[in-house]
Design a protein around this ligand. Structure first.
Ligand code: FNR
Length: 182
């Protein structure tokens, strides 16, 4: 496919709403886009002592990010920020200094929460981190998704109530990646 998207999901939970959202919105993209959810649950805790000899899962993560046409972050909000597991992955892939996997990449940021403000604060934090890492994030439309009955249909696809909104989001994301793909 023309565009391969590396997806970073900020939850390791088996029944994660965010993982389900990541899977479902991939189905809203055109066929020349493929999406791969990257494994971040096997990364050790970041330790700068290991910069000169990064563990194998870190090398794998960095290679996958570097090979991607674009990135998609789908994350819950933990205590009004991004989960540690996602920050850990980002810290790993950003190092050693001068060898970040993120430089020049473009990305979308989206997330779902049972709470009313649907990951808005976590997304704001994530945008700040990504700006520093020279990742250009799609600014609009913002997508703060609330997990409620009917968000997903029986097949795991986006339910009718949210489909139009999320299709528009995906159309804008696709245009963003087409413009900035690496
Ligand atoms: C949460 N949750 C949560 N929700 C939210 O909207 N804002 C928040 O600040 C927090 N804080 C928070 C901290 C911790 C440690 C946990 C475990 C949970 C609730 C969270 O949105 C809910 O558990 C989601 O289901 C997590 O996303 P996944 O795992 O379903 O993708």
């Amino acid at each position: 496919s023309r565009y391969n998207i590396a997806v970073l999901v900020g939850s390791l939970r088996r029944e994660s709403f965010n993982r389900r959202l990541a899977t479902a919105i991939a189905g809203l993209a055109p066929p020349e886009f493929t999406f791969k959810q990257l494994e971040i649950g096997d990364l050790p805790l970041y330790n700068q002592d290991d910069d000169a000899d990064q563990p194998a899962p870190v090398k794998r993560l960095k290679a996958e990010i570097q090979a991607a046409s674009g990135l998609l972050f789908v994350t819950p909000e933990y205590n009004r920020s991004i989960p540690g597991v996602l920050k850990n992955a980002i810290d790993h892939a950003s190092r050693p200094y001068g060898q970040s996997a993120f430089t020049g990449k473009s990305a979308g940021v989206i997330g779902v929460s049972p709470g009313a403000i649907g990951t808005a604060v976590a997304q704001q934090h994530l945008r700040g981190v990504l700006a520093y890492l020279d990742v250009a994030t799609l600014g609009q439309p913002e997508a703060f998704i609330q997990a409620k009955e009917g968000l997903f249909d029986e097949a795991g696809q986006i339910g009718p109530g949210s489909r139009k909104f999320l299709q528009n989001w995906m159309d804008r994301y696709v245009a963003w990646i087409r413009r900035h793909a690496t």
